[in-house]
Design a protein around this ligand. Sequence first.
Ligand SMILES: *Cc1c(COP(=O)(O)O)cnc(C)c1O
Length: 459
Amino acid sequence: MGVFTMSDSVKYLLPEDRIPRAWYNIAADLPEPPPAVLHPGTGQPIGPADLSAIFPMPLILQEVAQDREIEIPDPVRDVYKLWRPSPLYRALRLERALDTPARIFYKYEGVSPAGSHKPNTAVAQAYFNRESGFTKLSTETGAGQWGSSLAFAGSVFGLEVKVYMVKVSFQQKPYRRALMETYGATCIPSPSEETDCGRAILAATPDSPGSLGIAISEAVEVAAKNPDTNYSLGSVLNHVLLHQTVIGLEAIEQMEMAGYWPDVVIGCAGGGSNFAGLAFPFIGRKLREGTDMRIIAVEPSACPTLTRGTYAYDFGDTAHLTPLVKMYTLGSQFVPPGFHAGGLRYHGMAPMVSHVKELGLIEARAVHQTPCFEAGVVFARAEGIVPAPETTHAIRVAIDEALTCKADGRARTILFNLSGHGHFDMQAYTDYFAGKLEDRDYDEASLRDALAALPQVAA
Ligand SMILES: *Cc1c(COP(=O)(O)O)cnc(C)c1O
């Protein structure tokens, strides 16, 4: 390894007026539509009216839209200007550290106010809710990234935001909570005494550490019961993935500036939104123009939704308040073992990501957390950015792909999404350096039990 200077990093910047004017809707290009969303009571496909208790109409229409392009309103683009277009970097110093012929590029979403890709959709959701006359939003958060992103967006558009935060994270991540409160949001540990489902869970398990599924149930209940309040979800739904496509649309332009087209596109996948945000515009090119490339979603071995889950109809939450969606799932009663990438702990995967997996358009890979942190540290020392624990999953596979290039002597181009920085997650790095991380697989028996409880849906 030689001595590198910072001028080795190559940064591709777009001017402000190149912020996309429309989001990209992959539904327009798919060879077959994804399975219908079903009403949990009747088992029949739901219509827009069924969702109007908790979502504003513009977002419901985006959920089912078929147009390829959905216009981004100017007030949303104006807020995007705070940090977009985000930079694309060529990781030359990492390439040299790995001694690989591969070209490694990354799109950096950590430049947003909350430090991740999540404000791309939080800002849009807050805007459409305010335009539709709602004044309050309720939501859940795991590690706190989504809660802080929606808190930021609420402050921009003058909405009150209430966040149900998974109790164990509420206790372990006081700074994320402080960030939400700084933006003016209220943060409540979940399960709480504030909702029927929270009280029911506390009655049965007073020391419940909480889960995303439980926190979603609480937030949905509050929205369903209060006419001035809507629910907001940070991943999984079609409209969320849609808003994230600004990432891939910009990246396509930036890769063209760099003069390379990716052979491999990689993203970490929790609910699937940052992965889809980068990958869907590339998949669109593949579907429309036949430009071939491999696209890899990376998940933790401790929450292996795409690699070990079942593609089936399931609920989005623990208390079964949500509609039934067909997705890769570990079962809605799934409570993951402790691991550090809190944003990758959801029991399901976005229906649209699940569908493109079924269609064979993407691959999935599961990785353990220790090799991910190892990759995160190699990356930080070469490129300077300390990645979020979630993001290290994408980096692990990007590095593995680059090492394959070294082994077979082929100079492939690798692009990954650096979904966020890890400045609020330094305890995880401290634990890694202290050798305290465990690499657990989700065990076969728990997997069987959770899947046995899947709802029965007529085919
Ligand atoms: C929330 C989060 C994720 C996982 O969520 P997706 O919807 O799968 O993108 C990944 N990276 C970061 C930095 C996050 O905050």
